[in-house]
Design a protein around this ligand. Structure first.
Ligand SMILES: [Zn+2]
Length: 137
């Protein structure tokens, strides 16, 4: 049982959790996040960036492995997983472990409002799928 069960893990495919980036360092095994990637290197050949179009017209990039791309049509499940992950990443505990500044009360209120918008601003389709670093824009 890990803190990250059901969440999006750093460096892994959003759907199947296979590593899609080189792992430069990991949390030590006796750490709460033991074995999880701490810093990443280059994307692996199986890594793809999927640009989702959200209901309000915004776009959101997620990363997945090639073999999951064909099964990407379960967007609601993937979206819920990302929302759970973003919730964890806003917590003081997560920020302290990752040496990031914790949020002020005002910032937390803003984050809560943004999260509420995300819950309802679901993806409605896939705009494009590309290798990381390949940009036509
Ligand atoms: Zn995958």
């Amino acid at each position: 049982m890990s803190v990250f069960d059901g969440l999006n893990r750093v460096g892994r495919c959003t759907r199947c959790e296979e590593y899609i980036y080189e792992i430069k360092s990991q949390y030590p095994l006796d750490h709460e996040y033991g074995g999880e990637a701490r810093s990443l290197g280059r994307p692996l050949n199986i890594c793809r960036v999927v640009t989702l179009v959200l209901m309000n017209g915004n776009q959101c990039d997620i990363t997945m492995c090639i073999s999951c791309i064909e099964q990407i049509l379960n967007l609601p499940d993937i979206w819920r997983k990302l929302i759970r992950t973003w919730q964890l990443e806003q917590t003081d505990k997560y920020k302290i472990v990752n040496n990031s500044p914790t949020l002020t009360l005002k910032q937390k209120k803003i984050q809560t409002l943004q999260l509420a918008k995300m819950v309802y601003n679901v993806p409605v389709g896939v705009l494009c799928i590309r290798k990381p670093g390949d940009r036509n824009d």
